[in-house]
Design a protein around this ligand. Structure first.
Ligand SMILES: Nc1ncnc2c1ncn2[C@@H]1O[C@H](COP(=O)(O)OP(=O)(O)OP(=O)(O)O)[C@@H](O)[C@H]1O
Length: 591
């Protein structure tokens, strides 16, 4: 029965006018079938179909009667779309490229909305015909290159080209995939070097993909987390003793260029050997040769077995440098979801911010302070918020983040450093002056802090390092004061000698991480001033020999510290007496 609504579209003699729009003309039979069904639905004697070409309706058609649109045929199956490409391009290659790319996209195509490249410049493609596209969605260009949706305007969408822009042309077809950007993951990714999209770049062939992880994921909520109270030891005495880091913490490593930032991160990775911690090192905007050097060092210290390196080097497009830390975090999340503890290094986030700034300017977003876009804080907060320690109900895994930030002239109050300082749970500030004075690692004790790691420090280490920061602060103060005076009383002299020794003991060469029990033995003796009387230059070698001697003679104390993480008063007494005894053995008298 014809309704009132449809009646007005009839001519007097019950002729129905309808319109059919399509990109490719449906077959004559299909059109006949349509007319027939309309005739029956509207009790018409005749149906006149007006035909209209519309390029946006790839693979489907729209039927319109008056204001009424029957558009369910628009969502054509992907097979139809492939057919369309095939006919237009005249070969099947496009199909196979698309297929191989879509296989990796893990899931069905929800929409097949598509359009064309309107403009192409500096790795950005402006695309039309994608009114439903969402931020962060992957689009496919007809040669198989992927793109990432970034800006959505009324008439066009701006996408980052995740591949070689030279291979694309204006006018090329683009389709939506309905999928967010993700990377392949699997156990075999361990020991590999991959690019920001998860493709291996170490020449060792593909790895077996077991899962697909979105590179952007919402950070776990408070209720899914548990407190940070398990230590993540760096093996660096100055850090573990004074600025302990816990699993699930975010501790910033900050300093000028060439102050040993990367070295601290690499030493921490090397120290995770046999500790059942997976490490992910994300290199952003570094020279490819530097990354190769780091990988070779990790290999040399057998650390690559439990490490993944994600690299977006300086020569790669800004888009990939922008994505690399998120990809690295996705890899970390894959292992965390299996209940593992993961350490992730972002080296470094200053270069990440610069890459994002370049990208944002190309995307025509308005620049703000220092020409960074307004959402540069969100860029890093949404990244670092994903580091957490999950509770047992959620697997009990953790991600500990060590982001690195480079300062200019030691200025920690610049825009990006202050942003990241406010996001992280503390910072290790490395100072050029200390570095060049030979105090390496060049940790500035006054400006460094660890806000949550205290709860994670082992009781034994806490017991012996409690006064260390204050002792060093007093020494620093006294040192500057002592410069003006030649006559010093014996107490002041002792205080200065003690401080000098502490500074010396905190020096640590590269790739020589100290175990927790070793740190406890050395500090246990040092903070009791047991090493006084030993010339400053010799104190480090003496401490090393003393530890070896102590380990041989008092193995039970060492075992107790290692196994329980505790240090009894008796054990501390044994350490201190041991130091005095060993001093006598070596012929140093008490001062
Ligand atoms: N504890 C240390 N003992 C001796 N040398 C060190 C120590 N730490 C770092 N170095 C040396 O200092 C140099 C700079 O270190 P590194 O590359 O880690 O610094 P960075 O701050 O990361 O540099 P960049 O600004 O280039 O990223 C390296 O040659 C490294 O070997």
């Amino acid at each position: 029965m014809a309704t009132d609504f449809t009646k007005k579209f009839f001519e007097d003699n019950r002729i129905l006018k309808a319109r059919v729009s399509y990109a490719k003309r449906p077959s004559a039979e299909e059109l006949e079938r349509l007319s027939q069904s309309l005739k029956e639905t509207y009790h018409a004697t005749e149906v006149i179909l007006e035909e209209e070409q519309n390029e946006e309706l790839i693979g489907g058609y729209v039927l319109q009667v008056g204001d009424r649109i029957f558009d369910n045929s628009v969502k054509a199956s992907f097979d139809k779309l492939q057919e369309h490409f095939k006919q237009e391009k005249g070969n099947g290659n496009v199909i196979s490229v698309l297929k191989s790319n879509l296989d990796g996209l893990n899931g069905e195509i929800a929409e097949t909305e598509g359009g064309h490249i309107l403009r192409l410049h500096d790795g950005i493609a402006a695309v039309d015909g994608m009114s439903q596209a969402v931020y962060g969605e992957i689009v496919l260009f007809e040669n198989g290159t992927k793109g990432l949706v970034q800006n959505i305007d009324e008439t066009e969408v701006l996408c980052i080209v995740l591949g070689d822009e030279q291979e694309l042309e204006e006018g090329d077809r683009v389709i939506r995939t309905g999928k967010r950007a993700g990377i392949p993951v699997g156990k075999e990714i361990l020991g590999r070097v991959v690019d920001a999209l998860g493709a291996p770049i170490d020449g060792a062939g593909p790895f077996r993909e077991e899962d697909w992880y979105l590179i952007e994921r919402k950070a776990p909520g408070v209720l899914e987390r548990q407190p940070v109270n398990v230590p993540m030891q760096t093996g660096i005495l100055a850090i573990d003793a004074m600025f302990p880091i816990g699993r699930g913490q975010r501790e910033l490593i900050i300093g000028d260029r060439q102050t040993g930032k990367t070295s601290i991160a690499i030493d921490t990775i090397i120290n995770q050997k046999d500790k059942d911690v997976i490490c992910v090192y994300v290199a952003i905007g570094q020279k490819a040769s530097t990354v190769a050097q780091i990988v070779s060092n990790l290999k040399k210290h057998h650390a690559m077995d439990y490490c993944v390196v994600v690299s977006a080097s300086a020569s790669e497009p800004a888009a990939l440098q922008y994505l690399a830390p998120y990809s690295g975090t996705a890899i970390a999340e894959y292992f965390m979801d299996q209940g593992k503890d993961v350490l992730i290094i972002y080296d470094d986030l200053s270069k990440h911010a610069v890459a994002y700034r370049a990208l944002s300017l190309l995307l025509e977003r308005s620049p703000g302070r220092e020409a960074y876009p307004g959402d540069v804080f969100y860029l890093h907060s949404r990244l670092l918020e994903r580091s957490s320690r999950m509770d047992e109900a959620h697997g009990g895994g953790s991600i500990t983040a060590l982001p690195i930030v480079e300062t200019q002239g030691g200025d920690v109050s610049a825009y990006i450093p202050t942003n990241i300082i406010s996001i992280t749970d503390g910072q290790i500030f490395l100072e050029s002056d200390l570095f060049f004075a030979g105090n390496r690692p060049a940790v500035n004790v006054g400006l460094s802090v660890s806000r949550v790691g205290g709860a994670a420090q082992t009781k034994a280490l806490k017991k012996v390092s409690g006064t260390l920061r204050i002792d060093l602060a007093q020494y620093k103060e006294m040192e500057s004061f002592a410069q003006f005076s030649s006559e010093l009383d014996s107490e002041t002299k002792e205080q200065l000698a003690y401080g000098e020794q502490l500074m010396e003991l905190l020096k640590q060469p590269l790739y020589e991480p100290k175990s927790m029990e070793k740190q406890v033995i050395i500090l246990g003796a040092a903070t009791h001033r047991s090493f006084l009387g030993i010339p400053v230059k010799e104190v480090r070698a003496f401490a090393e020999e003393f530890y070896q001697w102590f380990a041989q003679n008092y193995a039970a104390v060492l075992d107790e510290i290692r196994d329980t993480g505790n240090l009894s008063d008796d054990a501390l007494e044994i350490i201190r007496n041991g130091a005095e005894e060993y001093k006598k053995v070596k012929g140093y008298g008490k001062q």
